[in-house]
Every structure is written in C-alpha cells, then in structure tokens.
Design a protein around this ligand. Structure first.
Ligand code: CA2
Length: 153
C-alpha cells in the first residue's frame, strides 16, 4: 500500500475559523476526513500534516523524496500557503528530492491579489490545482491515483 502525503503550510490550521468567504467553512480536520475517504478506494494510506514553519516543510519534502524512491509513497499534495509565493527553499527542496508534487490551493489565486499570482512551487510541480475549494483535496488524491496508474502501464 502506497502513502499519499498531504502537506499544508502556514495558517491553514485556521481553516474554518476565519475568512469563510475565501476558504469556506470546513476545518482542516474536515479536510483530513475528506482525504481519508478519497484515499480508501485507491488503496492509499494517508499521511496528513500541517506546519507553520518553512524548514519543517522542507524536511518533510526531503523525507517524501526518500519514501518515493523507496516505492512507498505515491506523491505529495502540497498547499504551501503563503510560502507558495515566497519560498525558494521549498522550490529547491522539491527539485532536489525529485518527488512528485501536486500544488494545490483552495482559492483561485489568480482571481486574487497580484502577489498571489506568482508561485515558486509551480515550475517544480507535476500539476497545479486551484479554486475548487476544499473539494480540490480529494480531487488531487484522485489525480495522484491517475498518475500512478499511468506510470505502471
Ligand atoms: O488558497 C489557498 O489554498 C492558499 O494557499 C491559502 C494561503 C494563501 O496565502 C495562498 O495565497 C492561497 C493562506 C492560508 C491561510 O488560511 C487561512 C484560513 C482561514 C483563516 C485565515 C487563513
């Protein structure tokens, strides 16, 4: 059984408590439950994490690279939060770890402030998803399953 690692960056622990007009009313625990449901039919185990610390996210990406190389990880779904728009360290970590990453955003970052239009993650991501609300998370799990199926053909 392969694992899907879902990483959530800074402030996403606040989901469901503020700005519901932007991010919806679901909490991060709700999102985890949605992802658990999405993983089961594909035979994936779920590893769901959140950190407000850039270096911790970097460490987790490195760990994911090792796990994917060992054949135990399908890939990473990464909502890097505001680090998306600032973090060369995360860009380098994804590139260096050689891990499959789907970049995910709850909101449509392109319909928001100009500073959210640039991503350091996108050039090193396998795919980018945004604007689907928290429903994007289970869709990203399905996308990873699709990529796995394609890779094994
Ligand atoms: O749309 C997304 O998922 C974002 O990655 C969310 C980030 C934002 O900086 C990105 O531009 C787009 C912010 C996450 C903060 O989440 C909160 C949730 C509720 C209340 C306050 C913050």
């Amino acid at each position: 059984m392969k694992t899907v690692l879902i990483l959530n960056g800074p402030n996403l622990n606040l989901l469901g408590t503020r700005e519901p007009q932007v991010y919806g009313a679901h909490t991060l625990a709700d999102v985890q439950a949605l992802c658990q449901q999405a993983c089961a039919p594909h035979g994936f185990a779920l590893d769901f994490r959140q950190s407000n610390h850039e270096g911790e996210l970097v460490d987790w990406i490195h760990e994911a690279g090792r796990a994917q190389a060992a054949g135990t990880l399908a890939g990473v779904i990464l909502n890097a939060g505001a680090y998306t728009h600032t973090s060369i360290a995360l860009h380098d970590a994804i590139k260096g770890a050689g891990v499959t990453v789907i970049e995910l955003h709850i909101s449509n970052v392109f319909a928001r402030e100009a500073f959210r239009h640039h991503s350091y993650i996108s050039p090193v991501a396998r795919a980018v998803m945004c604007g689907l609300g928290v429903a994007g998370y289970p869709l990203a799990v399905a996308a990873l399953a699709q990529l796995q199926a394609g890779a094994s053909q």
